[in-house]
Design a protein around this ligand. Structure first.
Ligand code: NAP
Length: 312
C-alpha cells in the first residue's frame, strides 16, 4: 500500500500515556498524529470510577477522563486516527507505521500501546467486567466494602492486592491453581497471617455466574476433579500482564518481564523511538504514572526533534 504522508511525530495508543504525550507534543507544535487502535482511552476506560487521579476529589469515570484528555490534546492541534496498526518498521529512518489505509513515515515515534491483563478466558468473565469482575484493586476496592470477595492468582500481584483489599472487604479468598505460591515469602507470610484472608488451593475458576452482578463461581479442584459452587460478591483476577509489544519483537530491546526497555528519558534502544505507560512499566501501572511517562516521552521527543540530538 502507498504512502499516506510523512509526520514529525506519531504516537501509538490513546490511553493515559498516549494522550498525555499528545497534549505535550501538540503544545510544542509538533502536530502529533495519534493512532488510537480500536480501544480508546486504554484500560482506564474499563474503570467505573477513578478516585486516585489528582484533581478529581469526587472521582471521575475512566471513559470521561479519557474524553477530557482527548479534548485537551485536540485543542492544541493533535490529530487522531481511529485505526489499528498493522506493522511498524524501525529498520530504517524515517520509520514506517502501516495502518489499514496505507503507510505513514515519521521522524519520531512514541509507543504507548499499553498492556492487557491476562484473562482467565472462562464463561462470564467478559460479561461481568465492571460488574463484579475486576483487574484492579486500587481502582475498584471501594465498591467492595464489607463484601466477601475472591482473588485469583498466586504471584506477587495477587497476594499484594489481596492484602490491600482486606482494608475494604469483609473477607478475601485467594484461589490459586497450585498449592505453592509464585509470590515471594514476605508477601506470602503477610497473606497467611492476615485474619481476613483464606485460601482455596489447587483450584481453578471454571465459570463466573450472576445476574445484575457476579453471584457465584464454579470452582474445580485440579487434584480431585471435584467441582463446587461458591457464592461471592466479586472476583479480582491477577494472573499477569501482557504488554502489547508484538510489533516490536526483534526490533526493540525488552525487559525479561516483556515490557519495552527504556531509559530515564523514555528512550528505547532506537534513536527517536520512545515508550511510555504500561507497555514500558513493569512496576506502577496507574493512570497518573502512565500520564507522567507520556508527558516525559513527549518532552524527550520534542528535544530530540528540535535539536536533532537523536542523531539522525
Ligand atoms: P506472575 O508473577 O506472572 O504470577 C501470575 C500468577 O497467576 C501465578 O501464580 C500463576 O500461576 C497464575 N496464573 C497464570 N495464568 C493463570 C491462569 N490461566 N489461571 C490461573 N492462574 C494463572 O504475575 P504478577 O503477580 O502480576 O507479577 C508480575 C511481576 O511483577 C513479577 O515479576 C512480580 O514479582 C512483580 N511484582 C512485584 C510486586 C512486589 O514486589 N511487591 C508486586 C506485584 C508484582 P502459577 O504460579 O501456577 O504459574
Amino acid at each position: 500500500m502507498g504512502l499516506i504522508e510523512h509526520r514529525q511525530l506519531i504516537i501509538l495508543g490513546a490511553g493515559p500515556a498516549g494522550l498525555s504525550a499528545a497534549i505535550y507534543a501538540a503544545r510544542a507544535e509538533l502536530k502529533p498524529l495519534v493512532i488510537t487502535g480500536m480501544v480508546l482511552y486504554g484500560q482506564a476506560s474499563l474503570t467505573y470510577a477513578i478516585e486516585n487521579y489528582p484533581g478529581f476529589p469526587n472521582g471521575i469515570g475512566g471513559m470521561q477522563l479519557g474524553q477530557l484528555f482527548e479534548e485537551q490534546a485536540k485543542a492544541f492541534g493533535a490529530e487522531f486516527l481511529f485505526d489499528e496498526v498493522q506493522a511498524v518498521d524501525l529498520s530504517k529512518h524515517p520509520y514506517t507505521v502501516s495502518v489499514s489505509g496505507g503507510d505513514y513515515t515519521t521522524d519520531a515515534l512514541i509507543i504507548a500501546m499499553g498492556a492487557n491483563n491476562k484473562r482467565l478466558n472462562v464463561p462470564g468473565e467478559e460479561e461481568f467486567i465492571g460488574r463484579g469482575v475486576s483487574y484492579c484493586g486500587t481502582c475498584d476496592c471501594r465498591f467492595y466494602r464489607d463484601k466477601d470477595i475472591h482473588v485469583v492468582g498466586g504471584g506477587d500481584s495477587a497476594l499484594e492486592e489481596a492484602i490491600f483489599l482486606t482494608r475494604f472487604a469483609h473477607s478475601v479468598t485467594i484461589i490459586h491453581r497450585r498449592d505453592t505460591f509464585r509470590a515471594g515469602p514476605i508477601l506470602e507470610n503477610r497473606a497467611r497471617t492476615n485474619p481476613k484472608i483464606s485460601f482455596l488451593l489447587d483450584s481453578v475458576v471454571k465459570e463466573i455466574r450472576g445476574h445484575e452482578g457476579v453471584d457465584e463461581l464454579l470452582v474445580e479442584n485440579v487434584k480431585t476433579g471435584e467441582k463446587n459452587i461458591i457464592p461471592t460478591d466479586g472476583i479480582f483476577i491477577f494472573i499477569g500482564h501482557s504488554p502489547n509489544t508484538k510489533f516490536f519483537e526483534g526490533q526493540l530491546e525488552m525487559e525479561p518481564g516483556g515490557t519495552l526497555k527504556i531509559n530515564e528519558l523514555m528512550e528505547t534502544n532506537k534513536k527517536g523511538v520512545f515508550a511510555a505507560g504500561e507497555i514500558a512499566d513493569p512496576h506502577f501501572r496507574q493512570v497518573v504514572t502512565s500520564a507522567g511517562m507520556g508527558a516525559a516521552a513527549a518532552i524527550s521527543a520534542t528535544r530530540c526533534l528540535e535539536t536533532m540530538s537523536c542523531g539522525f
